[in-house]
Ligand binder design. Sequence first.
Ligand code: XIL
Length: 349
Amino acid sequence: MVGFALFASILCLAQSLRQAGDQDGVLIGAAVRPSQFLETDYASTLAREFNLVEPEDAMKWRTLRPDASTYDFRQGDEVVLFAHEHQMKVRGHCLVWGRDNPDWLTQNHFTTRRLSRVLHEHITRVMTHYENQVFAWDVVNEALDENGNVRDSIWYNQPGIGFSGKGTAYIEQVFRWARKADPHALLFYNEAEGEGLNRKSDAVYAMVKDFKQRGVPIDGVGLQLHVPKLDVNIQAIAVNVARLNALGLQVHITELDVSLPVEADGLALVDDLTRQGDVYRGIARACLKSSGCTAIQMWGFTDKYSWIGSHSHRTRGAALPFDQTYRPKAAYRAIWEELSTGRSLSVDH
Ligand code: XIL
């Protein structure tokens, strides 16, 4: 990195992703685990390269709510403090999701009315606690299935908060509560595997279009972009981003990673790393094509810590732009080059 920084400064080039992103008006983010902040390389790389952080797990129900009457904000507060110390913004994740909920919530057989009150109170309490500190929230996460139908969940119909069988009505209710709780925070619907053009992304589009038309408070859509294979239809992503922007919604890329097959030591083939760089480049370019694509965030930043290994039983990994020793990979270089090239606004104009 020292050599790169010297080279960049001599040529007056951006010396980090965050500097390059600043030039384009796009935030460059990473999901973080506060338990790693004490590791010098982790903290210094994060602070140098990124101007946006999102707690990977620290603001989920399972972490915030050890029991029905307690709010444990300690880990979330650590993320906010780190961000404050390094002039970074914070995305909150996530207020409503069918997963990563504590047992007392999912196994308690609440009535609909009681569950509705529990959720309303949670949203109000958490958003109030982080008012002026979290600038954008994933209000609802992964509520649709691959066919575009509303997923079964504790919030929808098991037992649900009172809108079972009524499609996206429960999502609408939650966005209304969120706007009241913190009128200044940007409110996002965040979704997986609906980044290009498919039944799920069509359903997300139809839902948020309907919300916009009826004045349901929503400011943006988060595209997760956990990429499991190297042949990605970048053009479809660009078209999806553009059509969402055309509704007057922002798009954030929220959980980008590009996983590769790895050996037991977690290392990938050199060819794959090069192709991975091309995928990162394409996605960065797809975002920069639309002025309403305002954040590119990765789900971590170093291959040393990534959720991919834990769910793929370590057969896949190496998904992020820095390797296990915090050296920038081809993927880093690709994002940096795209950001340095700047926006070429073509799709939405
Ligand atoms: C993952 C975290 O990375 C893991 O640490 C945790 O054990 C499970 O959740 N979509 C999301 C994220 O919205 O919250 C998930 O994060 C990854 C998939």
